[in-house]
Design a protein around this ligand. Structure first.
Ligand SMILES: CC(C)(COP(=O)(O)OP(=O)(O)OC[C@H]1O[C@@H](n2cnc3c(N)ncnc32)[C@H](O)[C@@H]1OP(=O)(O)O)[C@@H](O)C(=O)NCCC(=O)NCCS
Length: 351
């Protein structure tokens, strides 16, 4: 689909709005978009985000991902680009990223045009909440104009117009059946991000220890948005031992997750770190998701799994999954007004 917009400067902005699978490939035109977005001589993305970009541009993303790529041109040259991703099953949650305007074209409204198009398409398709992360105040200003509001540290969230921000998580992640466990997939990018960013269970503090994601406001809030998913997916896809399972409830909503990380070779290849998340209504199911990744990992040579907890409630989940206290990292987390101990729990697996 093509859109045409007249900018305040009088220039015409021609926008390619490419839906899932549309206009993807590995041609010179796609390389032009890749080079524009990655800025290879002025690098601004993490390596795993760059890998994700190459995948979505070339069309190598799996069908679980339903994404929209927007490329705006002025006089034929790329002026700006942006990307909004949802999952193909529900399309309820979105992740917005890869937003960049050519320095020579900034301040003309390019990012606002692209953001407006991306967000409106999402609401039109039934979207409920969209997440993004930025430290750039100009970008924050742009996003605020389209409904994004500060949510968790450097992340922002836009809710479908009319929804109540204070009530959203409680209603969206309410209990709806016991949920089924399946392997993670690329389309879980936004749903997993929503899980890591969720404010509850608040006393857990640890959201993703490996990715240094903690939540103990006001001093400690999210330091990344899409990065935890991209990094964990890269670890999962490059080593079969790095099992990753998610819990999906009767409404198709992702409500818990557990993933492992062990190096593929070397002396630590059979010793994995576990990360897990759950929304409050599914904390009682987190141990089952952990059991599922541990079972799969045992079949792939993992002999020892460790996980971190900074609260009794998170420790209780691990205890229910057969973990025992290994050691305590005294004062491991700087929470601003105090330092918190982190308890490392361990489960040994049979060979
Ligand atoms: C953030 C970014 C995408 C904005 O793109 P843009 O096309 O220049 O944005 P727009 O012209 O649509 O809107 C910019 C708004 O910020 C305001 N602004 C304030 N300071 C500005 C500055 N130094 N430069 C440009 N705009 C500025 C503009 O006035 C405008 O707001 P207004 O329309 O309410 O007056 C662009 O600066 C960029 O690519 N930055 C680097 C990459 C980045 O940080 N991306 C976002 C991370 S997810």
């Amino acid at each position: 689909m093509h859109e045409e917009r007249r900018l305040a400067s009088g220039e015409r902005l021609l926008v390619d709005v490419l839906g899932p699978g549309e206009g993807r490939g590995a041609t010179d035109r796609h390389l032009e978009i890749f080079n524009f977005l990655t800025q290879p001589f002025d690098f601004w993305m993490s390596p795993t985000e760059t890998m994700l970009l190459s995948r979505i541009l070339t069309g190598n993303a799996d069908p679980s991902l339903a994404d929209t790529l927007l490329v705006g041109r002025i006089d034929g040259a790329i002026a700006g680009a942006a990307w909004h991703a949802t999952d193909a099953d529900t399309g309820e949650l979105g992740g917005y990223g890869f937003v960049l305007t050519d320095p020579a074209q900034r301040g003309k409204g390019v990012a606002q045009q692209l953001t407006g198009l991306a967000v409106q398409r999402f609401w039109d398709a039934g979207g409920q909440a969209s997440y993004l992360g930025t430290v750039n105040p100009v970008a924050q200003h742009v996003y605020e104009k389209f409904g994004y509001a500060s949510f968790n540290g450097l992340t922002m969230r836009a809710l479908r117009p009319g929804l109540d921000a204070a009530a959203f998580d409680g209603e969206f992640f309410a209990r709806a059946g016991a949920g089924g466990i399946r392997d993670v997939r690329l389309g879980d990018l936004a749903p997993f991000t929503a899980l890591v960013m969720a404010h509850e269970p608040r006393d857990w503090i640890v959201r993703d220890y490996t990715e240094s994601m903690f939540f103990a406001p006001p001093a400690v809030q999210a330091t990344g948005c899409l990065r935890p998913f991209c990094n964990a997916l890269a670890r999962h896809e490059t080593n079969a031992a790095n099992a990753w399972k998610v819990l999906v409830n009767d409404r198709g909503r992702l409500t818990a997750s557990a993933n492992l990380w062990a190096p593929a070779v070397g002396a630590r290849r059979d010793s994995a770190e576990l990360e897990f998340q759950a929304v409050p209504a599914y904390v009682d199911r987190a141990a089952a998701v952990i059991e599922a990744v541990v079972d799969e990992a045992a079949g792939n040579g993992i002999r020892r799994v460790r996980a971190c907890a900074a609260s009794p409630a998170r420790q209780a989940v691990l205890a229910a999954a057969g973990f025992e206290v290994d050691h305590v990292r005294a004062g491991d987390l700087d929470l601003g007004d105090r330092r918190a101990d982190v308890t490392v729990l361990r489960r040994d697996l049979a060979g």
